[in-house]
Design a protein around this ligand. Structure first.
Ligand SMILES: [Zn+2]
Length: 439
């Protein structure tokens, strides 16, 4: 494993950097940040944004000096996407598409260096998971439709010297055939599919618990709660598979992902690739450990460089040394979307915590939230739950929510079919779980 992963980093150098003191890591980051800013400021968007502003990047003495710079929002990307594109100087080798809030997808170009950066990101993450060069990984995520995560996992695994199996999603029979023939130790996939796959195996007489799979790297929904304990779905996955779960988080726009290590203490922040800040509503920095909006500066991106991108996701940083021996900070699970923040009887909560609580009621198959503006301020929340369980009613579900959330939102109980019909009425790819009618 001596190949240069990402200039100038070999795996050995990357591992060494993670064992340095936090001060030395921050010093290395400051050097990389200045290089990144110098490059990003050459794009039309930032040239315009910084015109007439007197910001002396050379005089930065600390990575926290980045807070002097203005934010970049998702709306900026949607409206001025092409102005971030720096790939006319270095041609793109691949592209990703963001879903976009305006309906128009934005093209994110990846140069050859960006693809190496992407592979480095995932190779080091897999190393932290415990993957080594004699391992095989079953990738049940898609690599097509300009979806970047699948490509990241594939190139990370192969760069590390491991074997990647591009199986894609769905078709449990085929997946189990591959598991039996090729004996991969790791599966990468979305939590709900990994559950479906395990249940299909059990239904077909497979000893899922004793299969060769020892690690589940998950994408999409987090398998951990804010306090880093497993969600109900996460612990169900670990029990079904007899395997450990590793949650990962990333987004197309910022070309970087965070993955948990074996210590399960949040997704490690790659110091070469990322400056992460947590800010309050006014954009002020929040101390480590407190929840706020995740702001990222993905360093070293060539084709689509960003500075202080407000993700709209809520999370917190864990900064105590990690039991795995790496001294890098970690980003906890996404606790919710800023736009979906609920204010209920003096408490702030996010739909995610309601869904995590509902996960514990195994017979709940479909649930969604309706929110309206309450008279006199705050939000009026109705949780609509679909279930066919005769032992379950609105009151029992409200009790469950109260035990978890310390507030008692109103629950309406309906059948699975009715709940499902509402959630899929827009015909989109994913069922809608949050209906916002607030004024
Ligand atoms: Zn760790």
């Amino acid at each position: 494993m001596n190949t240069e992963l990402y200039s100038p980093y070999r795996l050995e150098q990357a591992l060494r950097l993670r064992q340095e003191s936090p001060e030395n890591i921050a010093q290395e980051q400051l050097f990389l940040l200045k290089k990144h800013l110098e490059h990003a400021l050459n794009t039309p968007f930032y040239r315009k944004l910084y015109a007439g502003k007197d910001i002396a990047i050379d005089s930065f003495e600390d990575i926290r000096d980045i807070s002097q710079l203005p934010f970049t929002t998702r709306q900026d990307i949607d409206l001025f996407g092409e102005q971030f594109d720096n790939s006319d100087k270095t041609p793109f080798r691949d592209i990703a598409l963001t879903s976009g809030t305006t309906g128009e997808p934005v093209i994110v170009p990846y140069t050859a260096a960006d693809l190496k950066r992407l592979a480095f990101n995932e190779a080091v993450a897999f190393y932290g998971v415990g993957v080594r060069d004699n391992d095989a990984l079953l990738l049940t995520v898609t690599l097509d439709r300009c979806f970047i995560a699948g490509l990241a996992y594939y190139s990370g695994a192969t760069t590390l010297g491991a074997s990647a199996i591009r199986s894609g999603p769905g078709q449990p029979a085929r997946q189990w055939h591959i598991i039996e023939k090729l004996q991969p130790g790791v599966i990468v996939g979305v939590p709900t599919f990994l559950k479906e796959l395990a249940l299909w195996g059990l239904d077909h007489g497979i000893d899922v618990h004793n299969s060769p799979i020892h690690s589940l790297v998950t994408i999409g929904e987090s398998t951990r709660k804010n306090d880093l304990t497993l969600t109900s779905l996460g612990s169900e996955l670990e029990k079904l598979w007899g395997a450990k779960t590793f949650s990962s988080y990333g987004a197309t726009e910022f070309e970087t992902a965070f993955c948990e290590c074996r210590a399960s203490a949040g997704g490690h922040i790659h110091p070469e690739l990322m400056i992460v800040e947590i800010v309050d509503d006014a954009g002020h920095l929040m101390p480590d450990g407190e929840a706020g909006e995740i702001v990222v500066t993905p360093m070293g991106v060539e084709g689509f460089p960003l500075i202080r991108f407000r993700t709209g996701d809520i999370g917190r940083i864990h900064s105590t040394p990690c039991d795995c021996g790496w001294n890098t900070k970690r980003l906890g699970p996404v606790e919710g979307r800023l736009a979906q923040r609920l204010k209920y009887r003096g408490t702030t909560l996010y739909p995610e915590s309601i869904f995590h609580a509902l996960q514990e009621l195994m017979s709940v198959k479909h649930a969604y939230i309706e929110v309206r503006s309450a008279e006199g301020g705050g939000d009026d929340i109705t949780v609509v739950v679909g279930s066919e369980d005769p032992a379950l009613d609105a009151e029992r579900i409200e009790d469950k929510l109260q035990a978890h959330l310390r507030v008692r939102p109103k629950v309406t109980y309906t059948t699975n079919t009715e709940a499902c019909a509402v959630m899929t009425q827009d015909g989109g790819r994913k069922p809608v779980k949050f209906f916002d009618y607030r004024s």
